[in-house]
Design a protein around this ligand. Structure first.
Ligand SMILES: Cc1cc2nc3c(=O)[nH]c(=O)nc-3n(C[C@H](O)[C@H](O)[C@H](O)COP(=O)(O)OP(=O)(O)OC[C@H]3O[C@@H](n4cnc5c(N)ncnc54)[C@H](O)[C@@H]3O)c2cc1C
Length: 405
């Protein structure tokens, strides 16, 4: 059995699903979204999802324009209006608040499953989207005018353009033999949701410890936060081996009890952190987006935000080609997407690696420079606003789907 598509997107995570919707709302292209794992659609009202993202205002605008925002809001989200970052080994600190920046919020903390489910709900409004799930792909072959995929149950799927949105360990990237820079950040991230004895004040907190950053991201309940503790591998292993009571005590101590005591904790999950960046985003009839193209340390909370900008930019160049009756799968079309996104991603990867190095250093001179640097940024509104506009996602050449001025 076989089926033909104009575009196949492998991976129905936030980035793949957003790309499908962005294309379907503007074209009549026949699209297949292939997903290996059955998503969990029922929202667990008794606990939070361990995968949580800080969503920038640019990402919110994309989700709004894809008609998903109301559904995300109706499920569960938390706006944060302040951000507080401080150095455990110096007196440096920096504080942002939305009011002084003329914004009502700085961003939103949203569980990944909530965003993904709200995107998937929209598939049913587009008959051109075929969601194939669960499907296991076993081979991929480039033919003269199309790419052919074979599924485990021997179905052949052909496509004019293949989009790899299949995450950090991308199967599409490996099969297309696309080379990448792949470096260990030397950190493991431990994530969990915690209950605190003091309210989070709608603030996203991050304390830079010598062993790595510890972030508290506020949930909609004022006494609940998602924590992301990125620690050197060996230390993270020790932390994971602690029982819940000892771990909560350690979190409270290392966080200088800013939110009081840690009164409860969910299951802990861990992720080894690597910086990945593909050498080419595109090949003939193929494009990589989201984590399939790049992964970044979570200290700046930018992975999904970069991926949603990839989705919007790639969809825009494809839609533009379709409207001009050009080949949407040609290397010339796809290169526009690569040129558009690569600079922004490189800038973010460089910024994040620089921050990690700066805050990881124990040298006295670096510690002093850190304190002075944070004080400088904190005291100069122009510099501060520039940094924040970066974090809000209001930077550079934004795709039309962002719709932000
Ligand atoms: C600890 C931690 C904290 C983070 N915090 C933030 C944050 O605050 N803000 C932020 O913006 N980002 C954050 N990120 C990054 C963010 O989670 C990722 O960038 C984002 O989830 C990538 O989305 P994606 O759709 O590209 O990939 P994924 O979410 O990985 O989705 C890929 C999909 O492809 C499917 N798939 C894989 N292989 C195949 C195959 N062969 N066939 C079919 N389907 C396949 C998978 O099942 C999955 O559904 C964080 C990451 C970590 C590890």
């Amino acid at each position: 059995m076989s089926a033909e598509y104009d575009i196949i997107i492998v991976g129905s995570g936030i980035v793949g699903a957003a790309t499908a919707l962005a294309l379907a709302r503007e074209t009549s292209l026949k699209i297949a979204v292939i997903e290996a794992k059955l998503p969990r659609y029922n929202l667990d009202t008794t606990q939070y999802d361990h995968r949580v993202s800080a969503i920038s205002l640019a990402s919110k605008a994309i989700l709004q324009n894809l008609n998903c925002w109301e559904s995300i809001k109706a499920k569960r989200l938390s706006a944060y209006t302040q951000m507080h970052v401080w150095d455990a080994k110096g007196s440096g600190e920096i504080h942002f608040d939305s009011q002084s920046l003329g914004e009502s919020v700085l961003g939103y903390i949203v569980e990944d499953s909530v965003i993904r489910n709200s995107l998937h709900e929209q598939f049913e409004f587009y008959p051109t989207i075929n969601f194939l799930c669960p499907v296991a792909l076993v081979s991929m072959e480039e033919k003269t005018n199309h790419i052919e995929l074979m599924t485990q149950d021997q179905k052949i799927l052909t496509t004019k353009l293949l989009i790899g949105a299949d995450g950090a360990e991308s199967w599409v990237r490996a099969n297309a033999k696309i080379d990448l820079k792949n470096e260990d950040y030397a950190h493991t991230a431990i994530v969990a949701s915690v209950t605190t004895t003091l309210p989070h004040q709608s603030t996203a907190w991050q304390r830079f410890l010598p062993t790595g950053p510890l972030a508290f991201l506020p949930f909609h309940d004022p006494y609940h936060c998602s924590i992301v503790w990125s620690a050197e591998h060996a230390y993270a292993k020790d932390l994971l081996a602690l029982d819940d009571v000892s771990f909560c005590k350690r979190v409270g101590d290392e966080f200088a009890h800013k939110l009081g005591e840690i009164a409860g904790i969910s299951l802990r999950h861990s992720f080894p952190l690597r910086m990945r960046h593909v050498k080419q985003y595109v090949h003939s009839r193929l494009a990589l987006i989201g984590d399939a193209a790049h992964t970044v340390h979570p200290l700046a909370g930018q992975g999904v935000n970069l991926g949603l900008l990839d989705a919007a930019a790639l969809a825009e160049v494809i839609v533009d080609a379709v409207k001009k009756n050009r080949d949407f799968s040609s290397l010339m079309t796809l290169r526009r997407y690569e040129r558009w996104r690569k600079g922004d991603v490189v800038a973010m990867l460089t910024l994040v690696s620089g921050l990690k190095r700066l805050f990881g250093s124990e040298h006295e001179s670096v510690k002093k420079a850190r304190t002075l640097g944070l004080a400088f940024v904190n005291d100069f509104p122009v510099v501060k606003n520039l940094l924040v506009s970066y974090a809000l996602g209001k930077r550079g050449d934004l795709p039309q789907l962002v719709g932000l001025k």
